[in-house]
Design a protein around this ligand. Structure first.
Ligand SMILES: CC(C)(COP(=O)(O)OP(=O)(O)OC[C@H]1O[C@@H](n2cnc3c(N)ncnc32)[C@H](O)[C@@H]1OP(=O)(O)O)[C@@H](O)C(=O)NCCC(=O)NCCS
Length: 213
């Protein structure tokens, strides 16, 4: 086990967790908690999602500024259609792709974080994050959530490498990811022709950084 890691028992499986993630569930924890940062909670995207949470996710998915940074056009579906799709997704379990919600200190839903293209044999996956609440930008929530999520991916899931892509113009995102251990390893055009920066971090690199956090 890396130094600075705590161990906890879940079922029969021993799981190591970063010291800033949870060692044991507390009564006050939100439902579906998978990791806890210093100012964020990461929770499963489950049937416990409230109407208020669904409305927040819908606002994020239809906000042109959020979508501009995220690289997808704003959603055109209605709230009802969106709610139906989200409830469907919450019941489905895909091995290769899982989405989690990010809650702030007040347990307000501020965004989502996900892994996709998870490759169990290579023990690699891609990471995506969107903070849809714009009043949260630049206040360390992204860094906190990404660090907690990397702890989950490397320690609980045993991944060896995590990759991501972000627009070259998205300086805030890039700085946030660098603070979590990601290095730029190249660039490539996204489907819209804009330049993407590719970044990655290995389990070893992350473990070394955790020591200083
Ligand atoms: C990208 C995102 C997750 C980052 O989370 P965040 O909480 O805003 O970022 P943090 O506060 O943790 O870190 C941001 C860093 O950029 C700096 N920063 C903030 N606003 C900035 C700006 N407009 N331009 C350049 N740098 C900026 C901050 O000072 C901080 O750097 P520092 O730690 O060296 O001081 C979040 O802003 C977001 O979801 N944005 C919209 C969608 C998006 O861009 N998604 C990423 C797709 S890959």
């Amino acid at each position: 086990m890396e130094s600075g890691m705590k161990a906890t028992r879940q079922g029969d499986e021993m799981i190591s967790r970063p010291s800033w993630a949870f060692a044991a569930l507390r009564d006050s924890d939100p439902p579906g908690l998978i990791a806890r940062g210093r100012k964020t909670y990461l929770c499963e995207f489950g049937p416990h999602l409230s109407e208020e949470n669904l409305r927040a996710l819908y606002r994020h998915a239809t906000d042109p500024e959020v979508c501009h940074f995220n690289g997808f056009p704003p959603l055109e579906a209605s709230l009802a259609q969106f709610g139906q799709e989200m409830r469907h997704q919450a019941r489905r379990h895909e091995v290769r792709h899982q989405v989690f919600v990010i809650l702030d200190e007040e347990k307000r839903l501020i965004g989502t974080i996900e892994y996709h293209d998870y490759h169990p044999r290579r023990r690699q996956a891609w990471l995506g994050i969107v903070l849809g609440e714009k009043d949260c930008w630049g206040k360390g929530y992204g860094r906190d959530a990404v660090r907690a999520f990397l702890g989950y991916l490397f320690q609980a899931m045993g991944l060896k490498k995590v990759r991501l892509r972000t627009y070259g113009f998205n300086v805030r995102a890039r700085r946030c990811f660098e603070k979590c251990g990601f290095r730029a390893v190249g660039s490539a055009p996204w489907f819209d022709g804009l330049e993407d920066t590719l970044m990655e971090v290995t389990q070893e690199e992350f473990a070394q950084l955790v020591e200083g956090w």
